[in-house]
Design a protein around this ligand. Structure first.
Ligand code: FAD
Length: 271
């Protein structure tokens, strides 16, 4: 932020939205991504820390997560540890090292790392994103991730996770335990009498944002989780992606890992 001139610290969302209307104004959450960027276009930052948006609450059939909740609070939350085998708490823990977890926030992480494990876990759990701008709107997470770049500047205020409490499993591969996952898979399903319902498979590290695996989900619908069905679903999950390679892993490696991690996560779910 080489041209930063102003720092605002509003205490109401209305004031924050007004400051964000200024040309060159951006939201500052934990600041870990923003401060690392040498963006020349940023003239003013709007610090979100006094908006009262750091909370984890159960309300009306959903868990409401405030946008500025720190990753450390998500990782340590008893509510999230009890939800869906704790995959969301695990994802927050795996998102960054302990120093960063104490600083980085939920919305900041979703925005700066939309294909990483936190976005993947939220997608598998069918999360909704509430944003405020000229109007207040709530989007399914994948719709918001896909549309965000084209949307007018807005403030993420809350992420909602339905309290349907499915079983879930998270599998990831990374170069080191503290490095960003190269590929990750989170699967979630309601399982009744050995039959899977509402199966959601989300993958990260295989595209610009966290992504679902619809063909694999379809093949698992109302099925028992036997080895052949799991193998077939994992194969379909890997067939539906076309990742780019980078220094962490080639495109071919990512496709193979999407297969392996989906299979592992489904097996864990079945057991
Ligand atoms: C040394 C280092 C190591 C890292 N390692 C990893 C890793 O292993 N895995 C990984 O996934 N990530 C990693 N990261 C990235 C890290 O996860 C992000 O820096 C962090 O999650 C950003 O969160 P923040 O709250 O600090 O966001 P900020 O830096 O404050 O903001 C990031 C972006 O989001 C916008 N924003 C923030 N909150 C809102 C809101 N409520 N509404 C609208 N816009 C908003 C900001 O304007 C900005 O554009 C690493 C970062 C660093 C610096």
């Amino acid at each position: 932020m080489r041209n930063l001139n102003e720092i605002h610290k509003p205490t109401s969302i209305a004031d924050a939205l007004e400051f964000l209307q200024q040309p060159g104004a951006v939201a500052l959450a934990g600041g870990t991504a923003l401060n690392a960027d040498k963006r020349a276009d940023v003239r003013a930052v709007v610090d979100l820390s006094e908006l009262g948006l750091a909370y984890i609450r159960e309300s009306a059939g959903a868990i409401a997560l405030g946008a500025t909740t720190r990753l450390s609070a998500l990782a340590e939350s008893p509510i999230l540890r009890a939800l869906a085998n704790g995959v969301l708490a695990q994802a927050a823990h795996q998102s960054a090292t302990s120093i960063l977890r104490n600083q980085a926030t939920l919305a900041g992480t979703l925005i700066s790392e939309p294909a990483a494990v936190l976005a993947v876990a939220l997608l598998a759990l069918d999360a909704r994103v509430t944003v405020m701008g000229a109007t207040t709107q709530t989007f399914a997470l994948d719709a918001w991730l896909a549309a965000r770049a084209e949307m007018p500047p807005s403030l993420v205020v809350e992420i909602g996770v339905p309290l349907s409490n499915p079983r879930a499993a998270l599998c990831a591969v990374a170069r080191t335990p503290s490095d960003k996952a190269i590929v990750c898979a989170v699967v979630a399903a309601q399982i009744e009498n050995g039959i899977a319902r509402d199966v959601r498979i989300a993958l990260g590290g295989v595209g610009a944002t966290a992504t679902r695996a619809p063909a694999a989900e379809q093949t698992l619908r109302a099925q028992t989780f036997d080895d052949a069905t799991i193998q077939n679903a994992a194969r379909l999950a890997a067939q539906g992606i076309s990742p780019r390679g980078d220094f962490r892993g080639s495109a071919e490696y990512r496709i193979e890992m999407a297969h392996v991690l989906t299979r592992r996560a489904l097996k864990e779910l079945a057991s």
